[in-house]
Design a protein around this ligand. Sequence first.
Ligand code: CP
Ligand code: NVA
Length: 314
Amino acid sequence: MKPRHFLDLSDAGGDALAAMINDAIDRKAARTGRPKGAPDADRPLEGHVLAMVFEKSSTRTRVSFDIAIRQLGGSSIVLDAATTQLGRGESVADTARVLSRMADAIMVRTDDPAKLTEMARFAAVPVINGLTDRSHPCQIVADLLTVVEQGKPLPGLEVAWLGDGNNVLHSILEAAALMRFNVRIGAPPGYEPESAFIALARAAGSRVTLTADAAEAVAGADVVVTDTWVSMGQEHTEGKLAAMAPFQVDEALMARAKPDARFLHCLPAHVGEEVTEAVFEGPQSVVFDEAENRIHAQKSILLWCFGRLREQRG
Ligand code: CP
Ligand code: NVA
C-alpha cells in the first residue's frame, strides 16, 4: 500500500486538517497534568519508530516530534545530516529505502523541497515535511490549533502577516485555501511570497491582499503573525533588514488590529527586530501556547499518516 505522506497541507486536505485540530484538542485535554513523556492511555502508535533527519537546526520541531511519538506509545531516532552518510553524499533515494526498512515513519527538515519529494518517492513509509525553504506545514497545524483554542473559528478569520514572504507564510496561504480564511500580507517590495501560493488561496475563495503598508495590513485583523526576517540558510543583508524595519510588529500596529487580536510567531524570535518586546511579552501574545501546540499538532499529523485519527477510525 502507498504510504500516506505529509509533504504539504493539501496532502491532507481541509476535512483531515479539521480532524487533526479536533483530535489534538481532545488528546491535549485528556492528558492534563500527566508527565510529558508518559504515553496517552490508548498508545495508538505503540512500537512505532520515527526517524528524524535534520539538515538544518531545530529546537521545537525536534523536541515536539520526539515527545509526540512517545506520547503515542512509540519512539524516535534523530539523524543529524552532518554525522550521517547523507552528509557525506549518500543519496536521498538510498537513505529513504534504508530508513524505510528500519523505521515506521520519516520526518525530514531540509533546504531544497526536491530532496523531500525524492525522499517520499523512494520511501515505503510515511514522510513528513519538518520544514523546507518552501513550506512549513507542521507549524501551521499548531498555529491553527492555537487560534481555535483562543475561540476564533477559522472560516472568515482575518490573518495579517507582516515581514518576509517566506516558507511559513506559504503554508499559511495553503491553509487559508483549505480552511477558508483570509490573509492580508504586509511585505516590502521584493520580499513577497511565491505567487503560486497566493493564487492557490484565491482560487479557493480566500481573500488575499498584498500591501507595502504595514498599518493597512493589520487593520481589523483577528490574528497578527510574523517570523524572522532572515530564515535559515538565507543571506543576512543590511538592505533586507532596512526594508523590513517598517514591518516590525509593535504596540501601535497591534492597536490597529481587533481589540481581541492575538499575536503568533513560530519562533525562534528576534525580539527587537520583527517584533518588539512589549508585543512579544504582552497580553495578546500566545507564542508559548503555539510552541507547546507543536506537540499536540505533531501527534495528529502522525496519526493521520497512519490512518489512526478518530475520524479515520470511523
Ligand atoms: N518553529 C520551529 O519550527 O522551530 P524550530 O526551528 O526550533 O524547530
Ligand atoms: N522561516 C524560518 C522558520 C523557522 C522555524 C526559517 O526557515 O528559518
